[in-house]
Design a protein around this ligand. Structure first.
Ligand code: TMP
Length: 211
């Protein structure tokens, strides 16, 4: 159980090239200007152990993983991240802005990859992953998102290289999660200009009375 003075966990989710990182930085800047205590982090990553697992997972290489192995590796990275960064920040009462989290495993490894969603639920429970208080889902046509992210030449393209069908399944899964949990998940059309996306994200936070 979280202590009484718990912070808020805000996660950003969506397909490739949806602008999550841009929005995460803009939200962090807004919180800084308001004088709020926050941390900005991402998955997979956020701590050295998880960053090392990230290299394995997102860099395209000759090594292939079964979807369940991916889910286990993302969860291993998340276990370190939750224990070392997310849970302590929430216990301090900070806002945590996290670029990708549990819903990415549900969408990429379960819905699109074929891992039973019950397995993902067990893994989340096993590591005591706190549930997000708010998830901002940046929704975008994957054809557009993949074209956007292709320009980035960052070498982290293991998932980007999967076909359009895979990414359509990821999008559908995110939208299904949003439909099932409308109080937690706010859907934002990511094809809009970044300042509109930011305004809608802030409106979702304000609607909860947090800022
Ligand atoms: P990023 O592009 O947002 O940095 O994320 C790296 C990739 O990892 C992205 O293609 C989505 C994928 N991913 C999963 O497949 N499952 C997960 O649980 C997470 C956190 C990311």
């Amino acid at each position: 159980m979280l202590p009484a003075r718990a912070g808020r966990l805000i996660t950003l989710e969506g397909g490739e090239g949806a602008g999550k990182s841009t929005l995460a930085k803009a939200l962090a800047q807004d919180m800084r200007q308001r004088g709020l205590a926050y941390i900005l982090t991402r998955e997979p990553g956020g701590v050295p152990a998880a960053d090392r697992i990230r290299q394995l997972l997102v860099t395209q290489s000759e090594i292939q993983f079964a979807p369940l192995t991916e889910a286990l590796l993302f969860t291993a990275a998340r276990n370190e991240h939750v224990a070392q960064v997310i849970a302590p920040a929430l216990a301090r009462g900070d806002y945590v802005i996290c670029d990708r989290y549990l819903d990415s495993t549900r969408a990429y490894q379960a819905a699109a990859g074929g891992v039973p969603s019950s397995a993902c639920a067990v893994l989340a429970e096993l590591i005591h992953a706190p549930n997000p208080d708010l998830t901002l889902l940046l929704d975008l046509d994957p054809a557009l998102g993949l074209a956007r992210s292709e320009g980035r030449a960052h070498g982290e393209d293991r998932f980007e290289r999967r076909g359009l069908g895979f990414h359509q399944a990821v999008r559908d899964a995110f939208l299904a999660i949003a439909k099932a949990e409308p109080r937690r998940v706010a859907v934002i059309a990511a094809a809009q200009p970044p300042q509109i996306v930011l305004a809608q994200a802030l409106a979702a936070i304000q609607a909860r009375g947090w800022i």
